[in-house]
Design a protein around this ligand. Structure first.
Ligand SMILES: [Zn+2]
Length: 113
């Protein structure tokens, strides 16, 4: 079952299905069991869905995402405003999100010791 992530009037992203590359959790019948998506980032390229597997703790960016941008100038403003409000850095594109995800996984493995 495809999952849909939407910011009204700004952007939307469809994910065809999620499978954890670490423990191969496929989300059960609903397709999203055992997954948390609170790390999802909004970028200038659209909503980049970031999934955290609640079974093994692995964080990953699902490969099969379809990005749709409804209004790119409003999306850009929303990304900048959000960064100002939260103090978090701007993630301009999916590449920067992937780097952040690698960093999260590296930090987690380090913390296990
Ligand atoms: Zn997993």
């Amino acid at each position: 079952m495809p999952l849909k992530f939407r910011l009204r009037g700004l952007a939307e992203t469809f994910v065809e299905g999620i499978c954890c590359p670490s423990c191969h959790n496929e989300g059960g019948e609903g397709g999203e069991q055992g997954f948390a998506t609170d790390l999802t980032k909004v970028t200038y390229d659209g909503i980049v869905v970031v999934v955290r597997c609640e079974i093994c703790g692995h964080v990953f960016v699902p490969e099969n995402q379809k990005f749709g941008i409804v209004n790119s100038s409003r999306l850009r403003k929303a990304v900048e405003k959000d960064s100002q409000n939260t103090g978090q850095p701007i993630f301009p594109d999916i590449k920067s999100v992937r780097l952040e995800v690698e960093r999260l996984n590296a930090g987690r493995q380090h913390g296990d010791h």
